[in-house]
Ligand binder design. Sequence first.
Ligand code: 5AD
Ligand code: SF4
Length: 447
Amino acid sequence: MNSNKNTHKGLYIKNFGCQMNVYDGDRMQEMMSPYDYGSVNSVEDADLVILNTCHIREKATEKIYSELGRIKKSLAGKGRKTTIAVAGCVAQAEGKELVKRAPIIDLVFGPLTYHHLPEILKSFENDKSKKKKAIIDIEPPDNDKFEKLPKRLKANRNVSSFLSVQEGCDKFCTFCVVPYTRGVETSRPYSEIKNEALELIDSGVKEIILLGQNVNAWTNSYDKMDFADLIYELSLLDIKRIRFTTSHPNDMNEKLITSYKDIKKLQPYLHLPIQSGSNEVLKNMNRNYSSSEYIDIINELKSVRPDIAISGDFIVGFPGETEEDFLKTQEIISKIGYAHAYSFKYSPRPGTPAGQMEDQIEEKIKSERLSRLQDEIKKSMYNFNKKFLNKNLPILVEKETSTNYFSGRSPYLQSVHFQSDNSCIGNIVEIKITKVNENSLSGEILH
Ligand code: 5AD
Ligand code: SF4
């Protein structure tokens, strides 16, 4: 069903992978709106299907081919002319290889070129030659993508919204494809970010999550601002909460750390990936910090904001990782007391230095380490949440999950469920926590 009755063409976007893709997917949708495209929930109702892909792990890439196979099946014999586009980092990395392997694809464009979509779609549709030829548009352009994107749409805006402030990465961790797919590290100008924040606020957004591959490396030499200044300036706007993700430990400076004390709207939550607890592995990953330097940063943060929730990313089975290395990673979990963490088996990626390393770890060992690490993470998440039992928390209400049941987020990004007779979406309400588990909390609204 077309969710917007006034639009005539169906647009189906499926995002894979990171939050950056969620943001890009939203922008694509907003970009196609003036061309009469409205969101639909199924491929069968779509005139344009966009798979917004992720290249971080091999599994993520393989998912795209199975998804394309499913799309082909569901469109077979329907007689509808549907344009199939692949966007995102797989598109950027594989380009025409994608079309060779899956000829159903009509358009391929990357994270740096998605603002060309209306243009390439038009030229694809206008191509009257009998032979269908896919359009591949992945060359990094010299124009600013963000300048070409339309204003943020008011319709369907959530209480909490991403705002991309920084893209790309120059860190070149040896396991990671991002510097090759998302390009060099670039920061958006302050004025552009502020305007987008105002558009979001105008559409009812109450919480802004600043996004970037290395968001805390954001800088603006024109206005002589760093990332802490950016957060401060945005906190002066009519917004309730500010968050940011993802940060690199080497870009955590004193000023940013003290922002957690000084800027009240900045929520006490930080996603700061360490990847491994072993210095040997960190060195081979080219992370450029030691585990004790990472712990020092967390201790400094806790000294200015004792209640801060820390979240992280971990990779197990990086080439050469010994059982001893792995145990150091296990130890980090309890030392930091993570509120949340993502963990992955190392996945060799084409073109990355670690992919060429000799001492690759057997799949069986990777799986076994991942499962041990995840048990430790679950314990840590439960221990973090447990502290809030019978306490009151201010919850920014995001949605009604079923009649009279609502959910929202605590300052620590915990998902909190409760019952209420009145719609309180977009407000901060006080909830007494009565039940906790590792993934969420529930409680009663206090009147
Ligand atoms: N294999 C496994 N995990 C990876 N990540 C990035 N590249 C790889 C890879 N090749 C993880 C890191 C990063 C997160 C976004 O994805 O932990 O922080
Ligand atoms: Fe990838 Fe490392 Fe850059 Fe993060 S900092 S995007 S892991 S290269």
